[in-house]
Design a protein around this ligand. Structure first.
Ligand SMILES: Cc1cc2nc3c(=O)[nH]c(=O)nc-3n(C[C@H](O)[C@H](O)[C@H](O)COP(=O)(O)OP(=O)(O)OC[C@H]3O[C@@H](n4cnc5c(N)ncnc54)[C@H](O)[C@@H]3O)c2cc1C
Length: 306
């Protein structure tokens, strides 16, 4: 068994990190080189800003290089519940914003020519119990009628051509996609670099303060100043960003990648080749990788211990 990230293991390494020293003044300093930091750096650099990205480890080292590889449209939870909580207008807007996020990624991949196996595979939300199917069917009726016609309700017998395991039915969201997260995150870094962003790996920000109206960020490789700072450190936010650290509760989620499945095994388990999630409270999610490994994930426990 290997304990490396499957996505990094099967993607080219980022080849254009700046070697340092870390010095000078920038319009924006971005802390963290995951999807958030890199997408922002690319966008800012494209708009003409001088941008530096400071990453403690390497590009995509955090959650961006260790996830399930699903791009799910719509809401992970009940649209009916969102309407009750937020009102219909805001629930629809939220649903559409999540749809738009996949459109944005698809457009970015095309614009930058990122080779990352992006595919609108569709997502199955699978009913693990009969009563879960009733709830999924009720939710489907509202989603399909009010916000997303590209959905379908599948019965248990419809699922025979989709998944091998005995689920009780599913909602299919056709706009959902999958991609190779390692190739995407490295492609995003290369794109940010091409637009002029400086990306430094192995540059943990150990101190951040403001002096003379500027931000001062200290790393082992040197110190930079910036007019603005974007903290994009996600669940890995360190105690020196105390305001943010105190407001984040990391929740553990883990994936495994099997050996490549044979054609016979795929036909017996995942003939539909979509992204799948089940309906358990502490659920599982899975899909096939481009090399036919099963990428299987779940929230095994609510601590962040790996
Ligand atoms: C097991 C698992 C499965 C998931 N599955 C999915 C999925 O299928 N679909 C989906 O949409 N989402 C999924 N997610 C969530 C998704 O991966 C994250 O929401 C996303 O990657 C967060 O990106 P980010 O850039 O905000 O943070 P990260 O990718 O975590 O990046 C933060 C970076 O900040 C760096 N950093 C931290 N502190 C400092 C510092 N002081 N100085 C410099 N750098 C620092 C870290 O080294 C890290 O590289 C999953 C997450 C996990 C863990």
């Amino acid at each position: 068994m290997k304990l490396q990230s499957y996505w990094h293991d099967t993607a080219p390494a980022f080849a254009n990190a700046a070697q340092g020293p870390v010095e000078g003044h920038y319009d924006v300093a971005v802390v963290g080189a995951g999807f958030t930091g890199l997408a922002a750096a690319r966008q800012l650099a494209k708009a003409g800003a001088r941008v530096i990205v400071l990453e403690a480890e390497r590009v995509g080292w955090g959650a961006s290089g260790r996830n399930g590889g699903h791009l799910n449209n719509g809401l992970a939870h009940s649209f009916i519940g969102a309407k009750a909580e937020l009102g219909k207008e805001r629930a629809v807007a939220l649903y559409r914003a999540l749809d738009a996020s996949i459109d944005t990624i698809e457009a970015l991949i095309a614009e930058e020519g990122i080779d990352c196996n992006f595919r609108r595979a569709g997502k199955l939300k699978l009913a693990s119990k009969p009563q879960h199917y009733d709830a999924i069917a009720r939710n489907f009726e509202a989603v399909h009628a009010e916000v997303d016609a590209e959905t379908a309700l599948l019965s248990a017998s419809d699922l025979k051509s989709e998944v091998g395991a005995p689920f009780h039915g599913a909602m299919l969201s056709k706009k959902s996609a999958m991609m190779h997260m390692g190739r995407y995150v490295v492609g995003l870094a290369e794109a940010a670099r091409r637009h002029g962003a400086t990306i430094v790996e192995g540059a943990a920000v150990s101190d951040h303060r403001q002096a003379d109206g500027r931000h001062v960020l200290k790393t082992e490789k040197g110190t930079v100043t910036a007019d603005q700072v974007l903290i994009a450190t996600g669940a890995y936010t360190t105690p020196n960003f105390g305001y943010f650290r105190r407001r984040i509760i990391p929740v553990g989620s883990f994936i495994i990648a099997t050996r490549p499945l044979t054609e016979t095994e795929i036909a017996a388990t995942m003939p539909g080749n979509r992204t799948c999630v089940n309906s358990m409270n502490i659920g599982n999610y899975w899909r096939l990788a481009p090399d036919n490994r099963l990428i299987f994930g779940g929230r095994a426990r609510f601590s962040a211990t790996s």
